[in-house]
Write a protein that binds this ligand. Sequence first.
Ligand code: IDP
Ligand code: MG
Length: 136
Amino acid sequence: MSERTLVLVKPDGVARGLVGEVLSRLERRGYRLIACDVRTLPEDTARAHYAEHQDKPFFNDLVAFITGGPLAAAVVEGPGVIAAWRTMMGATNPVNAAPGTVRGDLAVSTQQNVTHGSDSPESAAREIALFFPDLP
Ligand code: IDP
Ligand code: MG
């Protein structure tokens, strides 16, 4: 069964010119881009996207970071893509991320960790609808 996930290249990744590097890993793996654009997130979208973290001490900083410059948002499709992309991203804190993962290869900061991927089918559906409401 094919599935979809929301992938973000966060503002740090866009500023560092890593959009192609990140998305090419998905394409080389065999996953397919369904939608993709570069945009600067409005604050309300950022707060909704990260609503599960609204009570965390890092929440306001996270919203400021994710709205602080353009990001690349993509919907990616293929078998098992949600779990596969979580594995390919690596641990949230890049210091703990395995070499060969996006974060393990390209990041050192827990906040500025280059990429996002939905963590479950429910999150993927919610996040895709938030970022790409018109996607069939
Ligand atoms: P994930 O991106 O690996 O799913 P989450 O725990 O969902 O990680 O956190 C969402 C994002 O919030 C992280 O990717 C990172 O940018 C930021 N973040 C998470 N934990 C911390 C923290 O302890 N300090 C600062 N930023 C954090
Ligand atoms: Mg998460």
